[in-house]
Design a protein around this ligand. Structure first.
Ligand code: KG4
Ligand code: ZN
Length: 415
């Protein structure tokens, strides 16, 4: 058991348990008084070990992240036990770095917020058990965080965005459109029926062996496709956007993935007389066509969601806000497609900066602040708390959206 020495503001008796030895090495600033709420956020839902300390006004006082992307690029995808091991090896150092950088004493924290859903079970487990030990050690409230809710609310750390607003979350693991009505009040309008766009881009990039491309070797699949697409002609291949007849806000990417991988890439390999694993001379054209197709698909579903919300008076007619976040939201081509939609519907398009679009500890800490301020989901007893690998977002009204069958006017996608 650690004992807090109040005069010195440090932990005088180190725990025999290893995870807390690091607490002794913090530099504390006894003269400094924090009047705001301060939350430590911890994220381990997928392949990033991240932590941050954020205050009530949105100031990021300290932040640290360890990305596993390079390791998983080599194995061609995330291997959950490998991710778990890397989280275990890094979580203590990352939390220590974030707290040390913040110059906040652990005793000054208002609460600890940690992603507990959805995500990879083995990865979530590392963050949760580390956080629970810390919570008990420091005797702080615990705030369990929904990873997608945190992505959705990140924008409010930077901009004064009032509820309700529409959010499009596009990443490697998720693809959904939701109306955000409050800190824990979400209406799910549509989601991907199969894989997420980032997953699809990663698979296409892997099949194109872009990791061997000198300009793309350290990039994620999606980033590599965006980079290469700039050198290609999007009209070189005629690829139809998916689900053109389904008048709902759901998405699909696996048919497109199979079409590109099993038809276009295989055919081009035959034509160019190259083996699987070598880089096609038409790789940039394929990247451009794939990116354009998914941009149009995402834009059309989002356009329908805006029209639905306006028709049902769920969003303001003239001041509606669309927030786009998640790893794929860093893609500037997709953002431009969405800009065409928001211009046509008198909406404001807001995207967090790229470092806040991908997984990070700041969004988790900020969600903790939002929950503290609203007084929702702040636990003083963590008994029975479990991680949940699968967890829907909000109330699913996607069937109602489909029944409305809103016809979306055609827009010129000149990007
Ligand atoms: O949000 P994120 O960091 O992790 C989760 O999936 O939760 O998103 C990672 C995904 C990967 O699939 C990656 O290929 C994709 O985001 N991504 C991009 C870009 N940068 C990252 N996709 C398209 N364009 C980009 N510039
Ligand atoms: Zn994410």
């Amino acid at each position: 058991m650690l004992i807090l020495n109040k005069t010195a503001g440090v932990f005088s008796k180190p725990s025999r348990k290893k995870p807390y030895e690091f607490l002794r090495s913090f530099n504390f600033y006894p003269g400094k008084l924090f009047l705001h709420k301060l939350v430590l956020g911890i994220e381990t839902s997928c392949d990033d070990t991240a932590a941050a300390v954020v205050d009530e006004t949105g100031n990021v006082l300290g932040e640290a992240i360890h990305s596993q992307t390079e390791v998983h690029l080599k194995t061609g995808g995330i291997v959950p036990p490998v991710a778990q091991q890397l989280h275990r090896e890094n979580i203590q150092r990352i939390v220590q770095e974030a707290v040390s950088a913040s110059k906040v004493s652990p005793s000054e924290l208002s609460a600890i917020a940690t992603t507990i859903k959805p995500g990879l079970a083995l990865s979530l487990g590392v963050g949760l058990s580390f956080s629970l030990q810390l919570v008990h050690q420091l005797k702080k409230p615990f705030i369990p965080i929904h990873h997608m809710e945190a992505h959705a609310l990140t924008i409010r750390l930077l901009n004064k965005v009032e509820f309700p607003f529409l959010v499009l979350l596009i990443s490697g693991g998720h693809c959904l459109l939701a109306l955000v009505r409050g800190v824990s009040d979400f209406l799910l309008l549509g989601k991907s029926l199969d894989i997420a766009p980032g997953d699809m881009l990663d698979k296409v990039a892997r099949r194109l062996s872009l990791i061997k491309h000198p300009e793309c070797s350290t990039m994620s699949g999606g980033k590599a496709i965006e980079h290469l697409a700039k050198q290609g002609n999007k009209l070189h291949f005629d690829i139809k956007p998916p689900m053109q007849r389904a008048k709902n806000c759901d998405f699909s990417f696996s048919g497109l993935q199979h079409h590109v991988i099993d038809k276009i890439i295989m055919q081009k390999e035959k034509e160019e007389g190259i083996q699987k694993g070598q880089i096609l001379s038409s790789a940039a054209h394929i990247a451009a066509a794939v990116q354009h197709t998914i941009a149009c698909h995402i834009a059309k579903r989002t356009h329908r969601a805006i029209l639905f919300c306006k028709q049902r008076h769920l969003l303001s007619q003239s001041n509606a806000v669309l927030v786009v976040s998640g790893g794929v939201a860093s893609n500037l081509y997709i953002r431009k497609a969405l800009e065409i939609v928001t211009n046509a519907t008198q909406c404001t398009l807001l995207c967090p900066p790229p470092r806040l679009c991908t997984d990070n500890g700041i969004m988790i800490a900020w969600n903790g602040i939002e929950r503290l301020r609203a007084g929702v989901g702040v636990l003083h007893n963590t008994e029975g708390i479990r991680y949940e690998p699968k967890c829907p977002l909000g109330v699913d009204i996607s069937e109602e959206v489909g029944e409305a069958a809103i016809k979306v006017p055609r827009l010129k996608m000149e990007i």
